[in-house]
Design a protein around this ligand. Structure first.
Ligand SMILES: Cc1cc2nc3c(=O)[nH]c(=O)nc-3n(C[C@H](O)[C@H](O)[C@H](O)COP(=O)(O)O)c2cc1C
Length: 209
């Protein structure tokens, strides 16, 4: 069933799955079935990547089937995130392979591609009634140590996967944030048709400085 909480409204219509994607902090305890997880990561793997490198790797920890890994990922998170993340049924770490396989040169687009893979997974999640919440608030060093991630591979972010529940179940301190209306910058602030806004351009005032 679709999550219709805090759907993003926009002037121009977008796919419903994009408008319904959000980053919840409250989840039901319903486990995510193996088949659904496989669908999610198949979606991630469908993303485009520089040279077709597919530099993404994911460590997945499910409370139901790999509780030890779940606990280890949870322990890499900052305190602020741990408060609510502990109730999610699944955690994952996204990891980037830092070099190209065909010539061993640094892959400057590895993190870009990992982000694309996670964004794609997030949309597939909405289709399955799931949501994910990505986090930078974790320790990549702790992740490397906990899972013996080899040199040449870098942990990028951690994310939850789960079925969203009512905001009422999040701690009081986070409830307001959970319910705050979602908004986005107007198009004119980031879509520069024809070129970067210049001083003489009427869009200049709206441009970030
Ligand atoms: C790379 C990345 C890092 C983030 N880090 C955190 C985090 O550490 N803790 C947190 O609560 N939210 C984190 N977020 C979630 C963002 O705050 C959230 O995506 C943003 O406010 C937009 O909300 P929405 O995803 O519901 O549209 C992160 C999101 C991304 C993409």
């Amino acid at each position: 069933m679709s999550d219709l909480t805090n759907v993003l409204t926009s002037e121009h219509p977008i796919l419903p799955q994009l408008a319904q994607r959000r980053s919840p902090r409250a989840y039901t305890s319903q486990p995510v079935a193996a088949e659904a997880l496989q669908q999610l990561f198949t979606a991630a793997g469908s993303a485009a990547s520089c040279f077709g490198e597919q530099p993404w790797r994911f460590i997945v920890g499910s409370k139901a089937t790999s509780p030890e890994a779940f606990g280890k990922i949870l322990a890499t998170l900052g305190e602020f995130n741990q408060v609510w993340v502990k109730d999610a049924p699944v955690l994952a770490i996204s990891i980037a392979k830092a070099t190209f396989s065909h010539d061993n040169n640094p892959n400057a687009w590895a993190r870009h591609d990992v982000g694309q893979a996670v964004a794609t997974l997030a949309i597939q999640a909405v289709e399955l009634g799931l949501q994910i919440h990505q986090m930078a608030g974790f320790s990549p060093e702790a992740a490397r140590t906990a899972f013996s991630i080899p040199a040449g591979y870098d942990a990028v972010a951690v994310f939850t996967i789960g079925y969203p529940s009512a905001a009422a179940t999040v701690p009081e301190s986070l409830r307001e944030r959970e319910l705050a209306p979602r908004s986005r910058k107007p198009l004119a602030e980031f879509m520069f048709e024809g070129g970067w806004p210049q001083v003489q351009d009427e869009r200049y005032d709206q441009a970030p400085v």
